[in-house]
Design a protein around this ligand. Structure first.
Ligand code: CA
Length: 240
């Protein structure tokens, strides 16, 4: 085995379907990652316990246990990123998995580009929480400075209300990753507003009007149907 490239990670794949495991191994190894395979939750727990894993990819439908249970168990002792592998029809379960501590999901059948994008964001975020966080984010012609609490678009200041800013701030802190509607409502409006999704829709529309070139077809603040929202930002510039 050649020496791992920089940015390479040890990835544990917990998935009972052999063709998907094989596809993941081939795809991830091509990017320089080291892949460990588990066919069920039991094997997953064992490998998680005796390998230094940087990121977990966990299927929700496992033969011996619910993937949700495994995610909750992993979260009792690791803060490493957990991505869920889920079918397109499992929206409610994806939300449960995110609430149980998963960081994001990859929907099967997945595209290779989507898989790598999700992995890059999750690994970058894990590294970033170890250092201090990036405080300036860019997407489209927008620039957001979380420290100064300023937003500019095409170099012009964008004025936001306090609530619009709080919503944008939460999305920025999770940049590149999905945030569930419940989590956004809780973090922006406080506990007790978890079911008032219409607030969220109104404020997301307002942010899109201020930040998106075509608010009806958003390129950056996108909807994850049945789950929540995602703010995609430009990657950090490479280290000097
Ligand atoms: Ca399965």
């Amino acid at each position: 085995m050649s020496a791992p490239r920089s940015g390479s990670a040890q990835i544990l794949v917990v998935e009972d379907e052999a063709p998907i495991r094989h596809l993941l191994r081939t795809t991830l190894e091509a990017e320089g990652h080291v892949v460990h395979e588990a066919r069920d939750a039991q094997e997953g727990r064992t490998l998680a316990g005796n390998r230094r894993i940087d990121l977990y990819l966990v299927d929700l439908g496992l033969p011996d246990a619910d993937g949700l249970t495994l995610i909750r168990q992993l979260r009792t002792w690791t803060q490493r990123p957990i991505l869920v592998l889920s079918a397109r029809t499992e929206e409610a379960r994806k939300v449960e998995a995110l609430d149980a501590g998963a960081d994001d999901f990859v929907t099967k059948p997945f595209g290779v580009a989507e898989l790598h994008a999700r992995l890059r964001v999750a690994l970058r975020h894990a590294r970033r929480t170890a250092r201090d966080g990036a405080t300036v984010l860019r997407f489209g012609d927008c620039r957001i400075d979380l420290d100064a609490k300023t937003v500019t678009r095409a170099e012009q200041p964008v004025r936001l209300t306090a609530t619009q800013w709080r919503l944008l701030e939460v999305l920025c802190r999770h940049a590149g990753r999905v945030v569930t509607s419940r989590q956004l409502l809780r973090e922006v409006w406080g506990p007790g507003h978890g079911d008032q999704a219409h607030y969220l829709r109104i404020y997301v529309r307002q942010l899109r009007q201020r930040l998106e070139a075509d608010p009806a077809h958003p390129a950056h603040l996108t909807t994850e149907t049945g789950v929540g929202y995602r703010l995609s930002v430009e990657p950090d510039p490479p280290p000097a």
